[in-house]
Write a protein that binds this ligand. Sequence first.
Ligand SMILES: C[S@@+](CC[C@H](N)C(=O)[O-])C[C@H]1O[C@@H](n2cnc3c(N)ncnc32)[C@H](O)[C@@H]1O
Length: 387
Amino acid sequence: MELALYAPGLGYYERDKVPIGRGGDFYTSVSVGSLFGELLAFQLAEWITECGMRNAECGMGAARVQLVEAGAHDGRLAADILGWMRRQRPDVLGRLEYWIIEPSAQRRQWQEKTLVEFLPGVRWADAAFRIPQSLFQSCSSRREEAPFPLKLEPPHVGCYGVLKSPSPSAFQILFCNELLDALPVHRLGWDAQQQQWFEWHVTWSQDRFVWARRPLASDLTPALRRLPAALCSALPDGYTVEISPAAVQWWRDAASFLKQGKLLAIDYGLTEEEWLAPHRPQGTLRAYQQHHQGNDVLADPGGQDLTAHIDFTALQRAGEAAGLKTEALVSQGQFMVGIASRVWAAPASFPAWTPARTRQFQTLTHPEHLGSRFRVLIQSRGNARLA
Ligand SMILES: C[S@@+](CC[C@H](N)C(=O)[O-])C[C@H]1O[C@@H](n2cnc3c(N)ncnc32)[C@H](O)[C@@H]1O
């Protein structure tokens, strides 16, 4: 999965063509239109303002904010957020640094193009924390070691640096939309005869990739320990689930990077109770090509998107173990409706609610579209005062 998605020049996310949106292989909330980013920006600005007010109550001044996006793809979400801030909340925009965590030189170039009007206010980091596709991590030749905040000398275009935590009193918001479902997974199967889990490996036979059963590596067993033995023993042979140590590690690293503020993920996913469902004997790993979902994930490597549901309970636990407090795990529909209700109460704080925005809102929130398929996990650390 790692090779098929990220091998330089060959991987699905490394090809020239941008495969998301109407002319691509699948939609994301970002590709539905600008509303997703605008509503998210409204929420981010609210959090930043609340912290500023708490600060003012304590007689503290100047606010520093670090917004960090990962999985930014072509930079569309960043452009929608920064565009909204510039129009509606220039006071907030003036206080923040927008960072994109991007291990791929190819994707950084796409992002620079989209965000050219916001440069040099956007900065890129190749690794704030461990990058799962370390095998293929490509580094920009312009990379330089730079402390936070960066001092920019015109005519710098994009600025590359090593993202450091700001001072402990600054406010951070780390967020990602559909990043974690695109990280590599292990595919585990149940052997009903042996009454034990094995791992599905990929091998080559008769000129094509095929699945092969292999014993489970010992480092994968802890994730399975929490499954009740009685439940496992009732599973049919070959019953399959995925686990993503890469996604959990990413969340753990993000949590430890967060000194004060919020960590937010929007993604497809399941909770622990939903994991072993009878109607999902083949797991959730699937392929997308030209808006068709395919189950042959070994076909056309690099030519189709691969994605698997994330385990929200595992992320929640990893964050809590790192000292974060869970604030919410809700559907995207609930999250967006909550923000929109505050927007409608203060219409001047938002661009005109046009028919196009209404259509986008329905797609983002309706349970049969993206409203219940996606969930939002929010965790936080500290009182989040700005300094
Ligand atoms: C499904 S796309 C989501 C794109 C975008 N956030 C959106 O909603 O339209 C996942 C993106 O995450 C990127 N990605 C994968 N691993 C990453 C990592 N470790 N750090 C940052 N981005 C990564 C992929 O290359 C891809 O561009």
